[in-house]
Design a protein around this ligand. Structure first.
Ligand code: ATP
Ligand code: MG
Length: 365
């Protein structure tokens, strides 16, 4: 799959921008604050996921505008397809091949992408929430049903937490939400475990390659703090009932997929605590490359790669590893100043300039 053309209107500082990338490596360079990440973020929105910066619509609309429009032409399933997104303060409306779709989530799996950003390179250093988000975004892209299940789980969780905040929560109501939560929790955890079983050996292999096999990376995911076996709904139901006194005291649900962590270790020591910056970064890169491999193997179409400002964060060796791995992918890569190596690799180089509210993209090579 590859993007043929992209247009943006009133999206952040992209007041009116057009972009005709090549199917290979596209380098977008420019000074700070010119709109490079905005362009990557706009492309990412076509995956059906939310902004990787966690932005809501109000932040995405150009200041003072009420509607933003994004339009994409991409080649997938050997035919040209079109998608457009109209963003207002409250809504995101998707059209796919001319037809209105009920939700932008319809794009999950239709337009697969892997994003490498400075934040994803901090995956090993960050808190459990960031690693859960990594798992959830990857799984949503792979199986759209996962995103539906996750949203159901989060709704049930919010209801149970609201109940727990009451002075005397009704035990019958708690029972109702426990049952709903347990069903979704088991489905989510099983999907996570299946995906991690595929991801782990790949991540270990990438890490060994990046670190010249100096240390062994391990991933440990223990739902409910127990072994890596797949807990069924009944196990979650029993655990939620057991946790009820604690949950009532804390006024929130203290167990479940919203609390699990993917623990990374190097030679059995927690990477988050004992790893050097370089080791943590290599592990994050290995996880992302493994995610990309699983996604590529599972989708009939080649996903696109979005590399926002990551090369400057990696040393020359890791830069080469990453670009070598992405050979054959359509890549969108942003940087302040394209290096000589990049000039050699790039199919097209674009300058992003104009700043504040009038960024424009010009092809330079
Ligand atoms: N809603 C908005 N409306 C108008 N302009 C916005 C909006 N949101 C952000 N901007 C502007 O977009 C610019 C930032 O764009 P972006 O983050 O894409 O920069 P960048 O080129 O990636 O810079 P860097 O190299 O520092 O990462 C800033 O000038 C900011 O003021
Ligand atoms: Mg940026």
């Amino acid at each position: 799959m590859y993007v043929q053309s992209f247009e943006a209107q009133n999206f952040r500082n992209l007041a009116q921008a057009e972009f005709l990338p090549c199917p290979g490596v596209n380098v977008i360079f420019g000074e700070n604050g010119q709109g490079k990440t905005n362009l990557i973020e706009a492309l990412w929105l076509f995956t059906g996921c939310r902004s990787f910066r966690g932005a809501d619509n109000t932040e995405l609309l150009t200041h003072g505008q009420s509607t933003a429009r994004l339009a994409l032409t991409f080649c997938s399933n050997a035919r040209e397809q079109t998608a457009s997104l109209a963003l207002t303060q409250k809504k995101r409306l998707l059209h796919l091949n001319g037809f209105a779709e009920p939700t932008p989530r319809r794009m999950l799996g239709v337009f697969p992408a892997v994003a490498f950003t400075p934040a994803t390179l901090s995956l090993a250093q960050g808190g459990p929430g960031e690693r859960r988000r990594f798992i959830d975004v990857a799984l949503s892209m792979l199986t759209p049903g996962y995103a539906v299940r996750l949203s159901k789980y989060l709704k049930a969780l919010a209801q149970r937490n609201a109940l727990l905040r009451q002075a005397a929560p009704s035990p019958e109501m708690l029972e109702v939400w426990d049952a709903a939560l347990a069903q979704s929790a088991a489905a989510l955890t099983n999907a996570r475990l299946r995906w991690l079983a595929q991801l782990t050996p790949l991540a270990q292999e990438f890490y060994a390659g990046i670190s010249a096999a100096r240390e062994v990376l391990r991933l440990r995911f223990a739902p409910l703090g127990e072994g890596e076996t797949a807990p069924g709904a009944e196990v979650y139901l029993a655990a939620l009932r057991r946790a009820r006194p604690t949950d009532q005291r804390c006024r929130m649900t203290t167990i479940g997929p919203h609390r699990d962590d993917l623990v990374l270790t190097l030679d059995e020591k927690p990477l988050r605590i004992f790893g050097s910056q370089g080791q943590q970064r290599s592990a994050a890169l290995a996880l992302k490359l493994a995610e990309a491999t699983v996604l590529r193997a599972a989708t009939a179409e080649q996903p696109i790669a979005l590399l926002d400002d990551v090369l400057s964060e990696l040393d020359a060796c890791r830069q080469r590893d990453l670009l070598r791995y992405l050979e054959g992918w359509q890549v969108f890569l942003t940087c302040c100043e394209p290096s000589h190596t990049l000039h050699g690799q790039a199919g097209k180089v674009f300058l992003m300039a104009g700043g504040k509210s009038t960024a424009h993209i010009t092809k330079t090579l």
